[in-house]
Design a protein around this ligand. Structure first.
Ligand code: GLU
Length: 468
C-alpha cells in the first residue's frame, strides 16, 4: 500500500535503557516513512510517573541520533498533553460512549466468582449515570455484539470478537489517563496514518479501533512487528538479556552494523544477501516481507555484522573512530606522533577486530610498555627466557628495521632453536605487549622501534625467575 504522505510516529516509553526492540521499531518506522516520502514524529510516552525518568528520555534521544534515525517533528511529550486527554474523556462521556465506574477490583472479582463466568468487568455501572468523582474510573462502552477488525500490514485483517473485550478503562480512578486513550488522542491530533509498533500492543489495538470509530475518525493502518527472542526462544527481557543499545554502542558496535542487523529481524529482503546500506534498505523495505514469527536477536551474529562493517570502513574514518575510543582511556595523548603511529597500525587492527573497543587492547602497547604487574602475572619459562635473550642478541643486526627483515631474523632463530616461528613469537609478544594476542608481531616490532623493543625485552629479563 502506498500513501501519498504517510505520517508515522515512534513512541518509546522512557522506563529504562533503549531496548534493541525499540530500536528495531524506530528503524522500521523510519524506513517506511523515508521510503514513502512521509514524515516521522518522535513522541515520548511519559505518562507513567512512577517508572519514567528524564535521563531515560535523554538516553533514548541520544541513542536514536547515534543510530542516525532522524525525525521530522518532536519530541512531543505525553506528560504535557494531559488537557487533550481530559477533554477527549469528557467528550466521550457526553456522547454516551463512556461512563464512570466505582467498582473496586475486589468487587469485580467477587462478582466473577459468584456468577462463575468469564473474568473481566460485567458492566455493573454502565447504566448508573455516575458523575466524575474521586476513585471513579472512566470506562468505554464496548458494543459486545460487534466484531472489531484491525487491518495490519504484517498480519492482514485480524478479527476480535467484542464479546471477549470488557468495558475497558480509559482514565484511572486517580484521574490518570491510560495509554489506550492517550495514544488514540495523540495519533488523531498528529494525523498519524500508520502505527508501526511491537506485537505486544496487538491485544489493545481493537480498543483503539473502537475509539476511532466512536469518534468518527479515520482508523490508521497498523503494522505489528514480530517479537524478538533470545536463544531459548524466550521474549527478550531487560532483566535476562543484553538489550541496551547504549551498552552495545559503548562496546564498540557501529550504528550502521546495528541498523543493518536489526533491519533483518523480521524483514527478509529475499535472497541470501545480508549486507545492505541504508539506501539499499530504503529501496527494498516493505511490510509485505515482514514475517510474523519471532525473530532471534543473536549478539554473535550482530558481532559478525560489526566485524564486516569495521573491515570495510574507510581507513581514515577508522582512525578517527579509533581515536574516539582511545580518548576514553587514561593513557592516550593525541600528539602528532601518536596519531601517526596509530595510523600506521590501523589497517592491521581494522581487519582483525569485531568491536571498536578492541582498539584499546590492540594498540595500547604502542603507547605504553606493559606494567610490571602484567608481566609478572605471565612469567616466562626458562625456555622462553632463552628465546627472549637470543632475540635480543640478534635484533641489533636487523637492518633495515623493517617487518620483513625482523621476520627473517626470527625465522632463522626459530630454525636454529628447532622450534616453530609461532612458538618463538609467543614470549616475545608477551614481553613487548603484555598480551597473548594482538596485531602481527613483526609489524608491531617495527613500529615500536629498535630502542623500545630492546628496552622491553631487557625489562622482561629483569623479572625474577619464578620458582619451580
Ligand atoms: N509507548 C509504547 C511502548 O514503548 C508504544 C506505544 C505505541 O507505539 O503505540 O511500548
Amino acid at each position: 500500500m502506498t500513501d501519498l504522505h504517510p505520517r508515522l510516529r515512534f513512541a518509546p516509553s522512557p522506563t529504562g535503557y533503549f531496548h534493541v526492540g525499540g530500536a528495531r521499531t524506530a528503524l522500521y518506522n523510519w524506513l517506511y516513512a523515508r521510503a514513502q516520502g512521509g514524515s516521522l514524529l518522535l513522541r515520548i510516552d511519559d505518562t507513567d510517573e512512577a517508572r519514567n525518568r528524564p535521563e531515560w528520555t535523554d538516553g533514548i534521544i541520544e541513542a536514536l541520533s547515534w543510530l542516525e534515525i532522524d525525525f521530522d517533528e518532536g519530541p512531543v511529550f505525553q506528560s504535557q498533553r494531559r488537557e487533550r486527554y481530559d477533554l477527549c474523556a469528557q467528550e466521550l462521556v457526553e456522547a454516551g460512549r463512556a461512563y464512570y465506574c466505582q467498582c473496586t477490583r475486589e468487587e469485580i472479582d467477587q462478582r466473577v466468582k459468584e456468577r462463575n463466568g468469564p473474568p473481566g468487568y460485567d458492566g455493573f455501572c454502565r447504566e448508573l449515570g455516575l458523575s466524575q468523582g474521586a476513585g471513579r474510573a472512566l470506562r468505554f462502552k464496548v458494543d459486545r455484539e460487534e466484531v472489531t477488525t484491525v487491518s495490519d500490514l504484517v498480519r492482514g485483517e485480524v478479527r476480535f470478537e467484542n464479546s471477549s473485550i470488557e468495558d475497558f478503562v480509559l482514565v484511572k480512578g486517580n484521574g490518570a489517563p491510560l495509554y489506550v486513550l492517550a495514544n488514540f488522542v495523540d495519533d488523531v491530533d498528529f494525523h498519524i496514518t500508520h502505527v508501526v509498533r511491537a506485537e505486544e500492543h496487538l491485544p489493545t489495538t481493537p480498543k483503539a479501533v473502537m475509539l476511532y470509530l466512536a469518534r468518527g475518525e479515520q482508523v490508521p493502518v497498523f503494522a505489528h512487528l514480530p517479537v524478538l527472542v533470545n536463544e531459548s526462544r524466550l521474549k527478550l527481557s531487560k532483566r535476562r538479556d543484553r538489550v541496551a543499545v547504549e551498552d552495545f554502542r559503548d562496546q564498540g558496535f557501529l550504528p550502521e552494523a546495528m541498523c543493518n542487523y536489526l533491519a533483518l529481524l523480521g524483514w527478509s529482503p529475499g535472497g541470501n544477501r545480508e549486507f545492505f546500506t541504508r539506501l539499499e534498505m530504503l529501496e527494498s523495505f516493505s511490510f509485505d516481507r515482514v514475517g510474523h514469527s519471532p525473530a532471534f536477536f543473536d549478539v554473535v551474529k550482530m558481532t559478525h555484522f560489526n566485524k564486516h562493517y569495521i573491515s570495510v570502513m574507510d581507513p581514515a574514518r577508522f582512525v578517527e573512530r579509533a581515536i574516539r575510543v582511545l580518548e576514553g582511556t587514561t593513557w592516550w595523548e593525541p600528539t602528532e606522533e601518536n596519531v601517526r603511529t596509530l595510523g600506521a597500525i590501523a589497517p592491521l587492527v581494522q581487519e582483525r577486530i569485531s568491536l571498536m573497543a578492541e582498539v584499546v587492547e590492540m594498540t595500547e602497547f604502542l603507547f605504553r610498555a606493559p606494567s610490571l604487574e602484567t608481566l609478572s602475572a605471565q612469567p616466562l619459562t626458562a625456555q622462553d627466557r632463552t628465546s627472549v635473550e637470543m632475540t635480543l642478541g640478534l635484533l641489533s643486526d636487523v637492518e633495515p628495521w623493517e617487518p620483513l627483515e625482523i621476520e627473517n631474523k626470527l625465522r632463522e632463530l626459530a630454525a636454529e632453536r628447532e622450534t616453530s616461528l609461532r612458538k618463538l613469537q609467543a614470549p616475545i609478544r608477551i614481553a613487548l605487549t603484555g598480551r597473548r594476542i594482538g596485531p602481527p608481531l613483526f609489524e608491531s616490532i617495527a613500529l615500536l622501534g629498535k630502542e623500545e623493543t630492546r628496552a622491553r625485552l631487557l625489562a622482561v629479563l629483569d623479572q625474577p625467575i619464578p620458582e619451580g
